[in-house]
Design a binder for this molecule. Structure first.
Ligand SMILES: CC(C)(COP(=O)(O)OP(=O)(O)OC[C@H]1O[C@@H](n2cnc3c(N)ncnc32)[C@H](O)[C@@H]1OP(=O)(O)O)[C@@H](O)C(=O)NCCC(=O)NCCS
Length: 163
């Protein structure tokens, strides 16, 4: 199957919202993030149809994956890993040394996914989800902290660097 990954044009972003909402389920928070945090949106197409999307913050180093989603019917088939690998190459091309990504304290599957993609646990942004007006629970646990994973981009090593 042929996949294409590229930066989305501004007029294409609306179509990618369903995929990005898999990662940030609050539509208002997602729109805020797109306006204020995100520097570029990427789409992964299969036969011209978007099956994956990710938003990146490139302005600093580490750069950061903000939201990332793979279409539910295509999850678990290696697409997410492929999208991360592409973003890592793009980050290297931009001269970035590190990449981080955060995932909620309740998203244990993502802990595994990002480690499979070469990231290591790094830090916790406590009370990151304060903006959820009403408390949100997953599996009986409140969604409140962001667990941050970090990957070094030079040489594939895993030594931790001081920030
Ligand atoms: C998280 C997500 C992006 C992963 O993409 P994916 O295409 O399903 O993942 P892949 O198939 O590329 O998996 C890569 C590796 O991670 C592992 N992995 C992925 N999801 C997993 C899960 N739910 N449980 C255990 N392992 C998992 C896979 O087994 C695979 O390992 P392997 O190569 O050794 O077999 C996707 O499931 C998704 O869109 N989820 C909803 C939105 C979300 O949570 N986004 C991330 C927050 S920013």
């Amino acid at each position: 199957m042929a996949f294409e990954i590229r930066e989305a044009r501004p007029d294409e972003i609306e179509d990618l919202l369903p995929l990005l909402l898999l990662a940030e389920e609050s539509p208002s928070a997602l729109r805020w993030s797109l306006r204020n945090m995100s520097d570029a949106v990427y789409r992964m197409d299969e036969d011209g149809r978007p099956v994956g999307a990710a938003t990146m913050q490139w302005r600093g180093d580490p750069c950061e994956i903000l939201e990332m989603g793979i279409a539910p019917e295509r999850q678990g088939q290696g697409l997410g890993r492929q999208l991360v690998a592409w973003l890592v190459e793009e980050a290297r091309r931009r001269g970035k040394r590190e990449m981080v990504v955060g995932t909620p304290n309740t998203s244990v599957e993502n802990f595994l996914f990002y480690q499979k993609c070469g990231f290591r646990m790094d830090s916790v942004r406590q009370d990151y989800f304060w903006y959820y007006g009403t408390p949100v629970f997953r599996r009986g646990i409140r969604v409140q902290d962001l667990l941050v994973f970090r990957r070094e981009l030079s040489g594939g090593g895993s030594k931790k660097k001081r920030r």
